[in-house]
Ligand binder design. Structure first.
Ligand code: SF4
Ligand code: SF4
Length: 522
């Protein structure tokens, strides 16, 4: 069939279209989601290959490598098929002529055409949603770019201008006195991020929380530039992590150490004060002997001073108690905000009284939905300050971390420093709770989990939805969702035994189906 050049060309172009749809389109979708290398076919080997080309690479490159390889393979197959058909034809017509150049020329032309077709059809699937109900990346990127999610207060109030840190608190057994409000750097990068960090430091913030996976290492780089000349006055925390994801249980000691040494390089410093076992969801990961061996070696080498754990898992009680009982951890960072889950107060007290641990409150804005709630606009003006004041009214909390990413945040958040919540503030928080009733999933709760026959991580799915919908971290939300072993695709056809199990009244099935639609193109 392929011996005739015309048939070979037609078959090749059809092949290119099919490969474009099923293979190129697939990688084109996976690529912007920001999956780490392990999610791709031979991803880790390909990542190592990409690192040979660019040792400073900060992103997962395996998806891109596969995308390019697939296009090249399509082109190569078409080239060989068409060239051989044209050669055979030339030999049949004139056995004396070798037809070499004719065959190569036709093969190259067909290969180029097939690459264009495969790329075009892949782009139509990935970007325009061809064959996927019209849901492609273009729709998502429009959502991201039209900035419907208001990420900061619409008016930069004059009375906030020049606000400075008003209170420093003892940070447990680290011996530091840290600013009650901590510079969270999850969204900063480049010169703008550096400027925000510099402003916060100049206004008295002396604790900076960063991580390799914040802004794909852009956060550590911006922080590194901002702390130049002031390093010894600052408490810097980072995570056992790489720019493309958390380090899992069983990572070799050298792998943990290398990750921290890379952080030091990006931060331009010889040491960090604190390194967290980040987003820790199990005792196995918390007590991984390799991470403890790596920490001990790094501490002996003067590269890290204190060990911390951050967690927002339904296994929190188990993880936190193991951290406290081990005596290994100096700091605990927990999701803590108004209306918080009751057992948390007990955990914090035990961490303080038995181990003198420093306690960092994170997720202080309880989902940060305040600017997006239609009936909350008047109160939204003061919500972030009321929420910070509430967190800091617990004397056992050492400090509250919040994400600064605009110069306005320095004024807006530091205006709450050292203040106690007023009756008006409490009223605002109560109104916020009324407004978000049935949509905010408490990070450590997990009450509903046993009701799900599919053992879905309901709390994680809803948290990733929150990142997309409320925080404006669309890509991160989709990337994290794509990495879940089980996702909410099954919810649409489930009889929903989860219904009615949520103590805060979340209609779980409806929110899960919505999450799946928001976080995938399927
Ligand atoms: S609807 Fe979804 S979350 Fe609820 S029980 Fe079924 S599979 Fe689990
Ligand atoms: S959905 Fe409700 S019950 Fe389930 S983890 Fe979230 S807050 Fe808890």
């Amino acid at each position: 069939m392929f011996s005739k050049p015309r048939n070979a060309i037609i078959a090749s172009l059809v092949f290119a279209a099919v490969a474009g749809y099923f293979v190129i389109g697939h990688y084109l979708y996976k690529l912007p989601v920001g999956l780490d290398s392990s999610a791709f076919l031979a991803g880790e080997a390909l990542q190592r290959l990409a690192l040979l080309v660019d040792p400073g690479l900060q992103h997962a490159a395996s998806g891109l490598v596969l995308l390019i390889l697939s296009l090249l393979i399509v082109g190569a197959i078409v080239f060989l098929v068409v060239r051989s058909a044209v050669r055979a034809r030339a030999a049949a017509v004139d056995p004396e002529r070798r037809g070499f150049l004719t065959g190569a020329g036709a093969g190259a032309g067909a290969a180029l055409g097939s690459i264009v077709i495969a790329g075009g059809i892949g782009a139509a699937r990935g970007l325009l949603g061809l064959g996927q109900g019209g849901r492609g990346w273009l729709e998502i990127s429009n959502k991201i770019n039209d900035d419907q999610i208001v990420k900061t207060h619409p008016v930069w109030q004059p009375e906030w201008k020049g606000a400075r840190v008003q209170s420093y608190r003892r940070f447990g057994r680290t011996g530091w006195n840290v600013s009650d409000i901590v510079l969270g750097t999850g969204r900063i990068r480049d010169e703008d991020g550096e400027e925000v960090a510099r402003m916060a430091i100049d206004r008295g913030v002396n604790y900076i929380d960063t991580s390799p996976d914040y802004s794909a290492a852009g956060s550590e780089q911006a922080v590194g530039r901002a702390i130049k000349g002031k390093r010894d006055q600052l408490f810097i925390a980072t995570k056992f992590c790489t720019p493309i994801g958390h380090l899992g249980r069983g990572t070799p000691v050298a792998g943990y150490k290398h990750a921290v040494e890379e952080s030091l390089r990006r931060l331009g410093t010889d040491y960090v004060d604190l390194c967290h076992v980040h987003s820790c969801d199990s005792v196995g990961r918390l007590m991984d002997p390799n991470v403890h061996e790596a920490f001990d070696q790094l501490k002996a080498e003067g590269k890290v001073r204190f060990l911390g754990v951050s967690s927002h898992t339904p296994n929190l009680v188990e993880v936190a108690n193991a951290a406290i009982d081990s005596g290994r951890f100096d700091v605990m960072m927990l999701a803590y905000h108004h209306g918080i889950w009751a057992p948390l107060a007990e955990i914090i007290s035990r961490a303080r009284s038995s181990q003198d641990m420093g306690i960092v409150a994170m997720k202080t804005l309880k989902g940060g939905k305040h600017q997006g709630l239609a009936d909350f606009h008047d109160q939204a003006d003061s919500y972030s300050q009321a929420a910070l004041k509430w967190v800091l009214s617990n004397p056992e909390v050492s400090c509250a971390v919040i994400s600064f990413f605009k110069p306005q945040h320095v004024d807006e958040y530091l205006f709450a420093s050292g203040k106690r919540p007023s009756a008006g503030d409490i009223g605002i928080l109560e109104e916020y709770d009324r407004q978000i009733l049935g949509s905010y999933c408490a990070p450590h709760c997990g009450v509903c989990l046993d009701s799900c026959p599919e053992t879905l991580p309901i709390h994680d799915v809803l948290r990733h939805r929150m990142y997309f919908e409320d925080y404006g971290w669309e890509k991160e939300g989709m990337g994290l969702y794509a990495q879940l072993e089980r996702n909410a695709a099954v919810c649409a056809s489930c009889s929903a035994p989860c219904l009615g199990t949520c103590p805060t009244g979340i209609p779980i099935q409806e929110r899960m189906i919505g999450a799946h639609r928001l976080l995938t193109l399927s």
